[in-house]
Design a protein around this ligand. Structure first.
Ligand code: 13P
Length: 220
């Protein structure tokens, strides 16, 4: 059985109280997660509290950030650097199309971010929009997220996602795992993860709700 990565990208959602109640609620479910790596990526403000609760309740979730500074510590007002994130998380999403489109992040900036993450052993989950998006050197986890599928209820077909994943894997043989993201639900998750070159998903909307997310984990 291949190892599956289920990544919850909460985007700019949830307060501290809401995150706590999500974690409390999810402990009511018996999740079978052998061979599954479940990574929750909340906003920065929630990382510390969630880490403490996950440890206290001995939950088998990993944490990830959604972004990081392309700089080290220093005079960069408003930025959170890799070393600060590494205190609380093992992963970081880099290059999501919402960052590329709304915050003008270029390939050059994103490649700098990937370097900063890897320098402190924070694993990038590097998002690509199609098979032509470049993947920085050293990145081993890649998420294919076609912008038209994000938040639209209109996912790519598993066959096309597989086609893209196969091309990318051939182009960058050092990549260990490729995920699919974009309108993933409890009903379609299986059709994606059963593809030969897809070993996980990035879930936005459906990860915010415990009922939907636990069903998705169960169906993966
Ligand atoms: P949705 O699952 O809401 O379409 O979002 C996908 C996404 O952007 C995950 O990173």
């Amino acid at each position: 059985m291949k190892k599956l990565f289920l990544v919850a990208n909460w985007k700019s959602n949830k307060t501290n109280a809401e995150a706590k109640s999500w974690l409390k609620e999810i402990t009511n479910y018996e999740l079978r997660i052998t061979n599954k790596e479940i990574i929750i990526c909340p906003p920065f403000t929630l990382l510390s509290g969630m880490k403490a609760l996950i440890e206290k309740k001995k939950l088998l979730f990993k944490l990830g950030a959604q972004n990081l500074s392309p700089f080290d510590a220093g005079a960069y007002t408003g930025e959170i650097n890799a070393k600060q994130i590494k205190e609380f998380a093992d992963y970081v999403i880099i290059g999501h199309s919402e960052r590329r489109n709304n915050f003008g992040e270029t390939e050059e900036i994103l490649s700098e971010k990937a370097k900063k993450a890897m320098a402190v052993d924070l694993t990038p989950i590097y998002c690509i929009q199609n098979e032509t998006t470049p993947v920085p050197k050293g990145v081993i986890l890649v998420a294919y997220e076609p912008p038209t599928a994000i938040g639209t209820g209109n996912p790519d077909t598993p066959e096309n996602a597989e086609r893209v994943a196969k091309i990318v894997k051939e182009k960058y043989p050092h990549i260990a795992s490729i995920f699919y993201g974009g309108s993933v639900t409890q009903d379609n998750i299986r059709s994606f993860v059963e593809m030969a070159h897809i070993s996980g998903v990035l879930v936005g909307g459906a990860s915010l709700d415990v009922l939907k997310f636990t069903a998705l984990i169960k169906n993966a």
